[in-house]
Ligand binder design. Sequence first.
Ligand SMILES: NC(=O)c1ccc[n+]([C@@H]2O[C@H](COP(=O)([O-])OP(=O)(O)OC[C@H]3O[C@@H](n4cnc5c(N)ncnc54)[C@H](O)[C@@H]3O)[C@@H](O)[C@H]2O)c1
Ligand SMILES: [Zn+2]
Length: 360
Amino acid sequence: MIANARQRIRVELGDARSYDVVIGPGAIDELTAIEARTVVVLYDVAVEALAQQVLTAFGSRVLLVRGLVGGEDVKSWELAGEIYDWLADVHVDRDTVLIAIGGGTVTDLGGFIAATYLRGLRWCAVPTTLLAAVDAAVGGKTAINLSAGKNLVGVFHHPSLVAIEPAAFTTLDPRDVAAGMGEALKTALVADPELFAFLEREMPRALAADPDVLATTVAHCVAAKARVVAGDERETDDSGAGGRAILNFGHTVGHALEKTCGYGVLRHGEAIVLGMRAALALSRERGLAPAQADRIMALVNAIPAPRPDAAPDAIIKATASDKKRKAGKVRFILIHDVADPYIVDDVTEASVRAALTAIA
Ligand SMILES: NC(=O)c1ccc[n+]([C@@H]2O[C@H](COP(=O)([O-])OP(=O)(O)OC[C@H]3O[C@@H](n4cnc5c(N)ncnc54)[C@H](O)[C@@H]3O)[C@@H](O)[C@H]2O)c1
Ligand SMILES: [Zn+2]
């Protein structure tokens, strides 16, 4: 896809909640087509100019605007509580649409507020980080954090529209580009062989934030996520082949690393890059062909990620408290090959310990 073409991908939920993800220049123009008497805008101050364009487009229909400093801290009870009070002060009602503009932290918070205030307002997401565009803002998961762990309080609540302006990615910190590519490569590895082949050719340009390469990557990821979510909206498919849970490839160890290193030290996507190395080592142990494992590992390793400062014992302990665990067992998503994932819950501690050497 070239960055100056606009693309539309439908997230089909089988009912009136189905929605479009629009990718390309001018995608935000489609926001004003959403039926809304008034709007509330929460935006990351890192994308002030983009937020101003949205505010100008809505003019006098804007009821409330709040600029937030994006980052894990916004996904808090305290801020959510403050925002509920602001919404009450300006008499938000069910004809008000909430618009969240920012990275995954702002879209997770915005979606959570929309899901819970008045038992559910409609909302739109304008993801401005690569990670939010390829993953966080699509699929209806919303959440805030507790001190006990990330995303512990949340609800499923799909947006009515997702508008992605690839030009927004040009101002991202290189670490945020890499983090987004980590999550994008994850999607390729579990669900999109074409994207995998594309990234094998284009990873250097992707990491250099080439707009055409990123626009193509985002379009692939959104389409893949839409397919997976359409098949298992609430991650209840327990078959070994996995439904939505396959999107957690790299996340068992990734989440454990985020926790043991201290939240905020690793970007989420960086932790997933590291987690994928461990998941690939485990996949290899269970039969992923060595040559193919090497080929995939080379692409994972092409994405820079810091060396984590965490002891194997602490990481292993943290995997045991992962919220994705089932019936007390730690679940791993592994792959037989690209786009051929499966779920296991019988990985031994010794195997995890061995797999962790792939990270160091
Ligand atoms: N709901 C889901 O399905 C889902 C999926 C994956 C991740 N997530 C969540 O997403 C969050 C991570 O998202 P993230 O990586 O976008 O983090 P983030 O929101 O913290 O954004 C990263 C940084 O980029 C800045 N930023 C945002 N847009 C920018 C732009 N265009 N230019 C320059 N800087 C910009 C932010 O201010 C922040 O400093 C985590 O909380 C994770 O749990 C949710
Ligand atoms: Zn993730």
